[in-house]
Design a protein around this ligand. Structure first.
Ligand SMILES: [Zn+2]
Length: 441
């Protein structure tokens, strides 16, 4: 008797879990759909999804038998957002001194585990793909792989691993400590001379990097590094880009000052990050070479918020105040000149999940709302090298779909209210249902 009860409950629990398995086909319906390629809204919004891919789009789409219909109402369907500049392993605490101590004391497993809520928050905010531009100890590679395997909930990650730079530069994690204080391995991204940097490119790729991040100038949040000064020679940047491109990998250059940025652009980097002091010559060169500009306006907002509360060292507060006006002008000029712009935030400088705040800041700087949406979809996909599978809602593409309430072209801040998130055909968020079937994953 006992035994048959046990068997029966086994069967029941098996049946229950089978019933809860997410369906493989969906029809997503909303008032509108954003056609990222054409840069316009289409009505009504209909996306058919089968086995993780988009199979049809539009009112006349063929609907497979047994597909689950998801009615999202007065909303807009968009391709999953992409953030081309994140730091998923970090987030500032209320006291920067404590952050420094934490960085020195936390084990790699702790840092990895503490990244899990951050990757989850990023996905739930509608960012289904991110390019992570700098993480210690290959944690980004681990997160990327675990997310890909489905053991961790988060966005698809394109990982740069540790950023490369010169001794004492922005990428030198040891530049705020006295000599001899840190073990050599903590400053692994640091080298001097073209061949030594070329070797670091090879090492990052060997251990799983998808692309290379390089620090071409000083930075706002590092100590002892002037934002306007170049930190690598032309020959060093040439070697880094040559090695990465030979291996079919892209290079993202952190650059504020115009001279350092120009060296990076001439070397052939794929994107300039921040670019706060870019001059006409640098912007014209970017336009000519097709170099992407990732303005990271949210980074400056995040740093300013912390500066206003006195939550940063004096040197950093001084630097953000000094470049804040110039970087707004640089972005305005870039927009006017038609430099290609991709969406990136530097999330990790501020709390993960606030990424969509960048849209409103881009629009404030003069980018039309439709171009801001394209920056985070079709443009970012091109910069990230994933255009063949992502960036638009078209048959054959991976089913990364988000929904925002209302019309984001009329109010760009609707992008900050994502309420539905699908990644590769799996629903991770649907606020119209009490609990999405796969939300418990
Ligand atoms: Zn960054």
């Amino acid at each position: 008797m006992r035994r048959s009860f046990f068997l029966a409950s086994l069967v029941l629990s098996f049946a229950a879990s089978a019933a809860e398995a997410p369906p493989k086909s969906y029809v997503l319906k909303a008032a509108r759909l954003f056609d990222a390629k054409a840069g316009k809204l289409v009505t009504p919004g209909v996306v058919v999804v089968q086995d993780g891919k988009v199979t049809a789009v539009g009112a006349g789409a063929n609907v497979p038998a047994g597909a689950r219909v998801v009615e999202l109402g007065d909303a807009t369907l968009l391709p999953g957002f992409m953030d081309a500049h994140t730091h998923l392993t970090g987030e500032p605490g209320p006291d920067w001194r404590q952050d420094v101590i934490d960085d020195l004391q936390r084990t790699i497993p702790e840092q990895t585990l503490e990244s899990l809520p951050k990757v989850r928050a990023t996905l739930m905010a509608g960012f289904t793909t991110v390019r992570n531009l700098g993480a210690p100890d290959f944690i980004d590679v681990g997160l990327r792989n675990s997310i890909r395997r489905g053991t961790v909930v988060g966005p698809r990650i394109i990982a740069a691993t540790v950023g490369l730079g010169s001794t004492g530069g922005h990428c030198d994690g040891g530049n705020s400590f006295r000599k001899g204080m840190l073990a050599e391995e903590s400053t692994r991204g640091v080298a001097n001379g073209p061949e030594a940097l070329r070797a670091l490119v090879r090492e990052n790729l060997k251990f799983g990097a998808d692309l290379i991040k390089v620090c071409a100038t000083g930075g706002v949040l590092s100590l002892n590094s002037d934002v306007d000064s170049p930190q690598l020679t032309q020959a060093e940047l040439d070697a880094i880009v040559d090695e990465a491109h030979a291996r079919k990998r892209k290079v993202a250059a952190h650059a504020h000052g115009a001279e350092g940025a120009k060296r990076a652009i001439r070397a052939g980097v794929d994107s300039i990050e921040h670019g706060s002091l870019l001059d006409d010559e640098a912007l014209d060169l970017m336009k000519k070479k097709g170099t992407w500009y990732v303005p990271t306006a949210m980074a400056f907002q995040g740093v300013r918020e912390r500066a206003d509360k006195g939550m940063l060292p004096e040197e950093n507060i001084r630097k953000v105040r000094a470049v804040d006006e110039a970087r707004k002008q640089a972005l305005r000029k870039a927009i006017a000149k038609g430099v290609r712009i991709a969406f990136g935030t530097d999330a990790g400088v501020f709390a993960h999940g606030r990424n969509a705040g960048e849209f409103a800041l881009m629009v404030e700087a003069g980018l039309p709302p439709v171009e801001a949406l394209r920056a985070a979809t079709v443009n970012a996909a091109e910069l990230l090298g994933v255009s063949s599978t992502l960036g638009t809602l078209e048959p054959g593409k991976l089913a990364d779909v988000v929904a925002v309430p209302g019309n984001p072209l009329q109010d760009i801040r609707k992008t900050e209210a994502v309420f539905f998130v699908m990644k590769e055909g799996v629903v991770y968020r649907n606020d119209t249902e009490a609990q999405a079937p796969s939300a418990a994953r």
